[in-house]
Design a binder for this molecule. Structure first.
Ligand SMILES: Cc1cc2nc3c(=O)[nH]c(=O)nc-3n(C[C@H](O)[C@H](O)[C@H](O)COP(=O)(O)OP(=O)(O)OC[C@H]3O[C@@H](n4cnc5c(N)ncnc54)[C@H](O)[C@@H]3O)c2cc1C
Length: 325
């Protein structure tokens, strides 16, 4: 199966590597190797790779910046498909929506930092809160990332994704529909339909955002706001150690952030192998040097157990463990 996919990649001239180390490619710096690490450069190449992996019945995982994932220890017996080379930005200042917003379209692999920089240079306001968010547009839309009380869905206009009916792939454009989106939930996450069947996985190729044209006079303010949000992350210790950001979602019904509940259980600083619940942030697990996916999983389970016992709440992980399947 691997050989079938590798020869298709060679013929189609789609870049890939074999037995690639995963740890350096994720913000957690954890993981073994992937049999194939593929970096398609266009949405059409992304579709060809996914279609070939599906028909070869090979495990595969689509990743952006790998800032919210834990790669497996050992060998991933399939293909990691990184979108990071699919990274064009499209903008037409004359194209406005009825409410006066302008539209910026980013391919899935555009780093969120590049999107925010682009908006800043064009004096477009609305994306400042995402300054300093690691990862790509595809990952942020998939996760419905939320920063400083702003979710990606708050500025989304439309998306395009690859979807399968049987073996047949099609590109689908979805206008933004508020009822498809919730806190850290998007219509791209695998989910179960009301009749119990699994909704087909969707693979984002691009997203279009609504921004407000703020004019040249607002430039300094946009720059200052972006700096403020980045500084706040630095102050909170976000970049001190390798991590994947917050490990658990927050849940209003709990009455306190997940990190506070973990702290109240006395778990800050708890270590398993090379992973540790950050002494400075109850909802961060950090890699102190030699963490494995198994270490991180043990800490996730320890926090879930302690919070369940003390408060009766089920913590829902936000980080994604990539698994052989
Ligand atoms: C220091 C630090 C701080 C962070 N702060 C925040 C924060 O404030 N708020 C927040 O919400 N998150 C935060 N995160 C988590 C992470 O940065 C976000 O979830 C980010 O949006 C993930 O983007 P990514 O490209 O890295 O996605 P990845 O980690 O590569 O993937 C995440 C998920 O998205 C899926 N995915 C990626 N691209 C596609 C695609 N094109 N099509 C379909 N599925 C896709 C993957 O399959 C995976 O399931 C933080 C992480 C770190 C390390």
């Amino acid at each position: 199966m691997i050989n079938f996919l590798a020869s298709m990649l060679k013929t189609a001239k789609i870049p890939y590597k074999e037995n690639e180390l995963l740890a350096p490619k994720s913000t957690f710096k954890v993981g073994g190797t992937a049999r194939l690490f593929i970096t398609p450069e266009t949405p059409a190449q992304l579709e060809s790779v996914i279609s070939a992996a599906r028909s070869a019945e090979l495990s595969f995982f689509v990743t952006g910046g790998a800032s919210n994932v834990v790669y497996p220890d050992g060998t991933y017996e399939g293909a990691i498909i990184s979108t990071q080379q699919i990274k064009e930005i499209f903008y037409d200042s004359d194209e406005t929506t009825p409410d006066g917003s302008v539209l910026v379209t980013c391919q899935c692999g555009v780093p969120m930092a590049a999107f925010v920089d682009f908006c800043t240079k064009k004096n477009l306001s609305g994306a400042e809160q995402f300054a300093g968010l690691p990862g790509t547009v595809g990952g942020a839309v998939y996760m419905n990332a939320r920063c400083f009380d702003r979710s990606v869905s708050d500025i989304l206009y439309s998306t395009t994704h690859i979807e399968y009916t049987g073996e047949k792939a099609k590109f689908v454009e979805l206008p933004f529909n508020a009822s498809d989106w919730e806190y850290k939930k998007s219509p791209f996450q695998a989910h179960t339909a009301e009749d119990g069947s699994q909704i087909t996985q969707r693979y984002l190729t691009q997203a279009t955002f609504r921004l407000r044209p703020a004019g040249a006079a607002a430039h300094e303010q946009i720059v200052a706001d972006c700096k403020k949000y980045i500084a706040e992350r630095v102050d909170k210790g976000h970049f001190k150690y390798p991590s994947a950001g917050s490990v658990f979602k927050n849940n209003r019904a709990f009455g306190a952030p997940s990190g506070k509940l973990i702290d109240d259980c006395g778990l800050k600083g708890l270590a398993v192998g090379g992973a540790q619940i950050a002494p400075f942030h109850g909802n961060f697990i950090i890699n102190t040097g030699s963490a494995t996916a198994a270490d991180i999983r043990s800490l996730v389970q320890a926090a879930q157990k302690a919070v369940k016992e003390k408060f009766g709440f089920e913590l829902e992980p936000e980080i994604i463990f990539v698994q052989n399947n």
